[in-house]
Design a protein. Sequence first.
Lengths: 299, 233
Amino acid sequence: VGEHAAGSTQEFLAGRFPFPQQLTPEQVADGVLSPEGIASELDKAGIGTGVLFAVYAPRTVGIAANEDVIADVKQAPGPLLRARQPARRSLEPGRSGRAASACAPRSASPGWSASSWPTRISTFAWTTRATSRSTRWPASSASPCISTPAAARSRAPPRSSRTPIPAYLEPAIAAYPGAIFILGHLGYDFKNKQPGALETCIDLAGRHPTCTSSPARSAARPPTPTARTSSSPCGASARPASSRRRSTAATARRARALSADYLDSTVAAMRSADYSRDEMAAVLAGNFVRVFGVKEPSL
Amino acid sequence: VSLVLALALALVQPTAPATSVAADGPAEARRARRTRFGESAAFDLIGGGARRRGAWAAGVQLGYPWFGLRAQVGVVPRLAVIAEVETALAQRWRPALGISLRWVDRPHLRLSGELLLGWLIQGEPLDRRGPNAEARLRLATPVGRVAPYLTLGTQHTLLSDRTRIIRASGTTTDWSARHEWTLKASLGLAVAIRPRVGLDFGIDLAWVGAPNSVGIPGLHAAVLFGGGPRGAQ
């Protein structure tokens, strides 16, 4: 392991709740992140279907295993879809086979094999790639990414001085043409509150048909990011190359702001950037179905 | 000398109206009752300060998110020493000691200033430890058995942070200091049930971590009680 700063997942999450909710974050989180809570958020925002991703981010937002996602979707089967997590082997190069098998999905329930990749794991992988050419990314040749979609977040990791560079993903994108890569948050640098790797994301999405990007959370209201920068990812430079391949990845599971509020701020950011109605519609609806090639559920 | 004299005069115990109920008539009885409740322990507590030496008052507050205990005792007229413990959801504690000086002491108006020094203790997941100081204003307007009141406080805490960076080559530890500013306000109504017992209901707003945060309003209810040397009430 190269290095990491101390700090718990609980502290990271609790710091995003207002006082006094931050004093009892588990209770608040249980209410917001329950299947009913997520469905309620979707309903308030007028969103018909949400997708739950399995997440492996032990040092930031935590771990949501396949079993958790499957159980959640069973409780709210109408508005929620799921994307299950591939074996951990593909996420952490160098992990032992024992660890990988222990983390592999135990359920045979159908679902997409996809994952929201954590910033730290991504950062570690990219950093490793940058500093050591001998390290393969991903290390396992049995990676589920070969034939199934994968979502990779490319924003800056919280509490870290390192900024992920999505360009380091390009060899992996080229190596696995069957995998779909989503560059989360358009490469927004949440730490420094600036567009960050936006140009790189646009470039990758323009040159690789399997690579797309998501503006999720990029237009959220303050405090992250600030109002001054909220419209930047929706600026004119972002539109031509990638608007037709954007996917609004499901972030309700981890978003602090209400989905309705987030939707409003996203629309406001696009209006300020002079998006046409068709372009706005292309950003807001149907992307997941198109990108992942699934049947749109009936409401 | 003149300053000392002025301070001495300011702290001189105001002439207390007669509290004995003269059976001269209903008007006299009502006036006596008003005076009686005007000096109640409940109003001492929400108005701050002390009506005379030895007068004491205490209160137990329940609510969301703030719970608290407060006690005060007069050391000289208008000046009281106070001790209090406040907590938010039993996760954030602040014991403190301080003084409370009643600046304006009229039958229907009380204005006090308080200064408290204490220690902040907040548990996981957002650990906070450090010395704390608070300056507080109390304004109360007693009318009969009731007294609407407003309190405004500014609270400052010096926090220390430890950052450990774990590398393959070893672990380094750095310490840094941080300031937490909390603004607090309460608006409520105290009711004197008896001269020695009263109730308090109010709404609170605590802006913890101002200005980079938001505060969520709260509610509280409290039982207030007190007493004092003979003749104090």
